[in-house]
Design a protein around this ligand. Structure first.
Ligand SMILES: Cc1ncc(COP(=O)(O)O)c(C=O)c1O
Length: 386
């Protein structure tokens, strides 16, 4: 193991921004319950509302359209579960049918939730994707029948970075009377997103992908969109999510959103330059390598590369020994033997589905790290191939 580690796994999680770290330390002392009427409560409430305004501002939303939740996974579970209540026990069951339309390449927290709802009687359509991970628009068009309750399509894929045309998808959903949700956990803070311009009904985001803390996320819920809490038991978050708010984590995600607003205009240029350098360095100098994902419509920090003939795990371990921290795809499935469901959907006939590595860069990566990484990847591949 080398002393110097190069972190190329920002889609799994990002390091805390130093200013967020400082804010979190200070926020740990705000112990008041935001629901309390007294001064301690009011101080906590004021901090929570400032954080809400920061998150809303990055999305072009109103503060009252933001609901803090415990994670991106909780946000996705909430939207899918409340809008597809198969027993029609909820207030909106009569308006919107139980069906969900989603894609084959969503994050496991969407796919597993929809499968669970399927077991309880919901009808779910999984839309396929092309070889670049772009959704099949014709299939979506056909799936949008009258019965659809909610359509959920991720803005950016966590494994390959491919971006979907969210504005076009939202427009089609609305034309057919369906509500539209997007899992923007990977996109928020990496690309500019305006919920009004995109005409989104629900959006999920997460703190730890934007240099903020783990265990905190937020849902954008368009004003007047149907919504019910998944977690009952309190009037917190205007009755939309029970449980005493974690003030420090909320303050932390608010600070991270404030910082993201400042770095976002320069993010693409900075990170893409390094990503492209890494990508080209690997693809041009190592035989039997291939890019997975869309060549251009992709997050600027993500590159997913197949190393034909080399098992991902073996290469990852070797890279780790050399100080390069990357991954095979979703951190949630890191201990699974299953090939990536994303690559399976993109390449149904593919035979090298367990031979890829995802490198995801971030703001703190430097030129020298990328240069070093290309050389080390080359070295590890040569070792495994020999
Ligand atoms: C696309 C996507 N959605 C949802 C999640 C889950 O977010 P969280 O880790 O906050 O539960 C992740 C995390 O990797 C993700 O990449």
């Amino acid at each position: 193991m080398t002393d110097k580690l190069v972190y190329l796994d920002h889609n799994a999680t990002t390091p805390l921004h130093p200013e967020v770290m400082q804010t979190l330390k200070e926020a740990m002392e705000i112990f008041g319950n935001p629901s309390s009427m007294h001064s301690f409560g009011r101080i906590a409430r004021q901090q929570v509302e400032q954080a809400r305004a920061n998150v809303a501002s990055l999305l072009g939303a109103l503060p009252e359209e933001i609901v803090f939740v415990g994670s991106g996974s909780e946000g996705n579970n909430t939207v899918l579960s409340i809008l597809s209540c198969p027993s029609k026990c909820c207030a909106y069951g009569e308006i919107h049918g139980p069906d969900i339309v989603t894609t084959a390449i969503e994050h496991p927290c969407v796919l597993d939730t929809t499968r669970c709802l399927q077991d309880r009687g919901a009808h779910v359509a999984f839309i396929g994707v092309d070889q670049y991970g772009k959704i099949n628009f014709d299939a979506l068009d056909k799936a949008l029948t009258k019965k659809i309750g909610v359509v959920s399509v991720m803005t950016a894929n966590n494994e390959i970075g491919t971006l979907q045309d969210i504005k076009r998808i939202a427009a089609l959903c609305h034309e057919r009377g369906a509500l539209f949700h997007t899992d923007a956990v990977q996109a928020f803070g990496k690309i500019p997103m305006n919920v009004r311009d995109l005409d989104i009904d629900f959006l999920t985001l997460s703190g730890h992908k934007i240099y903020g803390p783990k265990g905190i996320g937020a849902l954008y819920v368009r004003r007047k969109a149907p919504f019910l809490p998944l977690i009952h038991g309190g009037h917190q978050e205007r009755g939309l999510r029970g449980g005493t708010e974690s003030v420090p984590l909320i303050v932390g995600i608010g600070k991270a959103a404030e910082i993201a607003r400042k770095y976002l205009p320069g993010y693409h240029a900075k990170v893409r330059l390094l990503r492209d350098w890494l990508e080209r360095g690997i693809l041009d100098s190592i035989p039997d390598t291939e890019l997975n994902g869309h060549p251009t419509q992709r997050l600027s920090n993500t590159t997913n590369i197949t190393f034909r003939g080399l098992e991902s795990e073996a290469l990852l371990l070797l890279l780790d020994q050399e100080g390069i921290c990357a991954s095979t795809g979703s951190a949630c499935l890191a201990d699974s033997d299953e090939p990536s469901h994303v690559l399976q959907a993109m390449k149904p006939d593919g035979n090298s589905l367990r031979q890829m590595i995802r490198f995801s860069l971030g703001l703190s990566n430097e030129n020298s790290e990328v240069q070093e990484s290309v050389a080390l990847v080359r070295k590890c591949v040569a070792m495994l191939a020999s």
